[in-house]
Design a protein around this ligand. Structure first.
Ligand code: FMN
Length: 167
């Protein structure tokens, strides 16, 4: 898939078929995440692959978007490692770049994915469910699966509305 085509055709996918996502694809998506830029190349991202049904159902109870996680074939919980951080703002920017790379990689592999942020209200409960140390700060859960055959629309403001100045 051409990069620009991928950027423009990616959509947040919240409905999935029953088809299982391949572990290799999940690893490829994580690898794409790790190829995001990070300040000082500190690569502060850490990941948990969640396919186990019981854990996924427990995870689902921690967000308003419960059904998205329940219907997904897999989730990847994305954490920033506080020990690896050097600048809060820059490390969080790197995490956003990492998650966006993951969404684009999922799309290019024919998968659907959505960035779940609402679950951050229960970040500590997610960390404890996954039995991780306090250094791991949840940034997002990416829910993944094969998308249904229908198309999903999205919209953006015209760029003329968001360009402040052309000097
Ligand atoms: C930081 C962040 C948090 C988000 N949290 C959620 C969420 O909790 N649940 C959800 O369904 N979508 C969530 N999204 C996806 C947005 O709703 C979606 O990207 C936006 O509506 C634009 O749609 P599109 O991605 O299909 O273009 C989140 C996106 C970002 C960047």
């Amino acid at each position: 898939m051409d990069l620009m085509e991928g950027i423009y055709s990616r959509r947040s996918i919240r409905q999935f078929t029953d088809q299982m996502v391949k572990k290799d694809d999940l690893k490829e998506i994580i690898k794409a995440g790790t190829w995001a830029p990070s300040g000082l190349n500190n690569q502060p991202w850490r990941f948990v692959i969640i396919q186990n049904g019981e854990i996924r159902y427990k995870l689902a109870t921690l967000t308003h978007y419960r059904t998205v996680i329940e219907n997904a074939s897999a989730c990847i919980a994305v954490f920033v490692d506080r020990q690896a951080m050097y600048d809060e703002r820059k490390d969080h920017q790197a995490m956003g770049a990492c998650i966006q790379n993951m969404l684009l990689a999922a799309h290019s592999l024919g998968l659907g994915a959505v960035w779940l942020g609402e679950i951050l209200k229960n970040a500590e409960k997610v960390r404890m469910l996954l039995e991780l140390s306090e250094e791991m700060d949840l940034m997002a859960v990416v829910a993944l699966g094969y998308p249904p055959s229908k198309t999903f629309s999205s919209s953006r403001r015209e760029i003329s509305e968001v360009i402040l100045k052309e000097i």
